[in-house]
Ligand binder design. Structure first.
Ligand SMILES: [Zn+2]
Length: 588
């Protein structure tokens, strides 16, 4: 074994130089007169060694690309931060509960007091349920840039600077290594210190001293926010000048006494309005937390108006909050070359944006199938690509003339047949400037259809030399990252009607996506929704009664859709290897 190792290593070193151009050649070449397809090219004959060498290079290259892409993604998030104080659309999808506590002490005097034992139970639940407490600074960065958070984030905040925050909370935080935010009103610091009888005698509650606070801020788990000077019951009832003093003096006192910078404000009793938010902004705060006396109004961080009014949940809803916590979707990966990414596993995602539920599958590589007649989408996937395609939706528009017809409106090239079928002249003229979808082994293009240029194989090859699939879609919903306005739909039938809609497109991270809405929606609103869902380009497919999405052998719409002859599907990258099987079964 040892003896054989060396030549192999040598071969691996020499092969890379030869292997790359050969593989490039194999991928680029298709038999003359036939469109290249997922099932056409194969490198199987090139030998095991070549395969090993190339996969080694691919792996190393992939690692560099991943590293670069992660870095670009995070840098990109900072560069594309929302304009302060707006919340980034990506952060709107996450669900981060910010929990509000008040005093922590062994005996409860009011319903919102929490005992050290109850707090420890909460900390234990955080641990057991896999939540990660994050700092307020981390939350604010996330809200502004959309940068991802841990899977289940939560923020812990303690208001009013009670002594129990030092005696019980600080101790517990250190034990669990959880960060927390303490909001302090400066007039309260050092009041009734250590005097537990104060509560019984109705003289107030023991508060933190400056010494406590100094010891606490020396620990990086502790963040301090200003909670005003005097804790007024309603800032809105004060003059600008009075509010300014509450905001500025508290900030300056905390900064000078504790030697830290104070960047966040917590509204006393949550009271704020546009004027107060403006004054908070003018006083130099980077963000502010609210509270609601009515639990029904409480918001998760991403639901807040903006960074000057970030919502919190009272601790009485702690158990509900921990079931909600979600760090949001990963950032779309930045691409170095703008090249497409057809190598990701296929995943299904259900989400609701602007009250419209979407089911979308992403990943894999796009494939279209033009069947001999009309079937359910899943039947087409079964018959034509042998279940290799994991997800598929109803494709382009077809003639409704004959029940068994597979005549499409406009030209079509299905990857299953590799056969280009021109569109009928009288249909074609109506398709001018609709999106002509072109798919190749490594790319996708949407170009405005021109019936003089695009009704022959040569014509579409002039747009994309290695084209494997083509058809004309109904309309752009999102084009170059822009949701399309009503004018863009021209005279498209029923574009402004509320219908179930089918779509497919390319997301900002360059992966293919297919999907449907499970509620009725008009096309303009759908475009806005899909842009928020992360699509860079999306086109509408046959919708209404044809709307269907099949995923892993199952139809995911709750009705039986109209059978269709054309499907846009996602095939896993590794499907290439089994193409022979697929080809043999494709013609019936
Ligand atoms: Zn308070």
């Amino acid at each position: 074994m040892f003896v054989r190792k060396r030549p192999l290593v040598k071969a691996l070193l020499i092969f890379p130089l030869m292997a790359l151009p050969m593989v490039g050649w194999a991928k680029n070449t298709a038999p003359a007169g036939q469109a290249a397809s997922v099932c056409a090219g194969s490198v199987a004959d090139s030998g095991v060694l070549l395969t090993q060498a190339t996969s080694l290079i691919a792996e190393v290259d992939q690692q560099w690309q991943d590293l670069f892409s992660t870095w670009m993604t995070e840098m990109g998030a900072y560069l594309q931060a929302s304009s302060w104080p707006e919340i980034h659309p990506q952060a709107r999808q996450a669900k981060v509960p910010v929990i509000m506590y008040h005093d922590v002490l062994p005996r409860k005097y009011v319903s919102w007091d929490v005992t050290p034992r109850e707090l420890e139970e909460h900390f234990e639940l955080i641990k057991r349920n896999g939540l990660t407490p994050i700092s307020l600074a981390q939350l604010m960065t996330h809200l502004q840039t959309g940068l991802p958070l841990p899977e289940k984030p939560i923020v812990l905040t303690f208001d009013d600077g009670y002594e129990g925050h030092y005696t019980y909370v600080f101790d517990l935080m250190k034990r669990y290594n959880y960060p927390a935010v303490f909001s302090i009103y400066t007039k309260g610091v050092g009041v009734n210190t250590g005097d537990a009888s104060a509560i019984e005698q109705r003289r107030g509650r023991p508060h933190l001293s400056w010494e406590h606070l100094k010891e606490m801020v020396a620990n990086p788990l502790v963040e301090i926010a200003s909670h005003s000077v005097t804790h007024p019951l309603d800032l809105r009832k004060m003059t600008d000048e009075q509010v300014r003093r509450e905001l500025k003096d508290s900030k300056e006192t905390l900064e000078s006494k504790l030697g830290i910078s104070i960047e966040y404000f917590v509204y006393p009793v949550g009271k704020n309005d546009e004027r107060i938010r403006r004054l908070v902004r003018e006083a130099g705060y980077k963000g502010a937390l609210v509270m609601h006396e009515d639990a029904a109004e409480e918001q998760l961080a991403g639901e807040s108006d903006n960074l000057l009014a970030v919502g919190r949940w009272g601790q009485s809803r702690f158990r509900e909050a921990i079931t909600k916590a979600w760090g949001g979707p990963p950032l779309p990966k930045a691409s170095r070359t703008g090249s497409f990414n057809f190598n990701e596993p296929i995943q299904l995602k259900r989400q609701t944006i602007d009250r419209i539920p979407l089911i979308m599958a992403s990943g894999g590589r796009p494939v279209t199938i033009h069947a001999k007649t009309r079937y359910q989408v899943q039947e087409i996937l079964d018959k034509y690509i042998n279940r290799k395609a994991i997800a598929g939706v109803a494709g382009g528009f077809f003639s409704l003339e004959f029940l068994d017809s597979n005549q499409m409106i406009g030209p079509v090239l299905g990857q299953n047949s590799g056969k280009f079928i021109p569109g009928r002249k009288d249909d074609n003229v109506f398709l001018t400037n609709r999106p002509l979808v072109l798919i190749g082994p490594r790319s996708v293009k949407f170009v405005p259809f021109n019936h003089e240029k695009h009704n022959t194989l040569e014509g579409i090859r002039a747009e994309m030399p290695d084209v494997t699939d083509a058809f004309v879609a109904a309309a752009w919903l999102v084009r170059n990252g822009q949701p399309q306005p009503a004018e863009a739909f021209g005279r498209l039938f029923d574009y402004n009607a509320e219908r179930h809609r089918t779509f497919w497109g390319i997301s900002k991270d360059r992966q293919p996506n297919v999907g449907v809405t499970t509620e009725m929606v008009d096309s303009v609103r759908l475009g806005k929704i899909l842009e928020r869902a992360g699509l860079q380009d999306a086109v509408m497919l046959d919708s209404g009664a044809s709307t269907s999405l099949a995923y892993r052998g199952e139809s995911l719409v709750g009705y039986t859709p109209r059978p269709v002859p054309h499907v846009v599907a996602l095939a896993p990258p590794e499907a290439v290897a089994d193409c022979k099987v697929a080809n043999n079964q494709s013609v019936r």
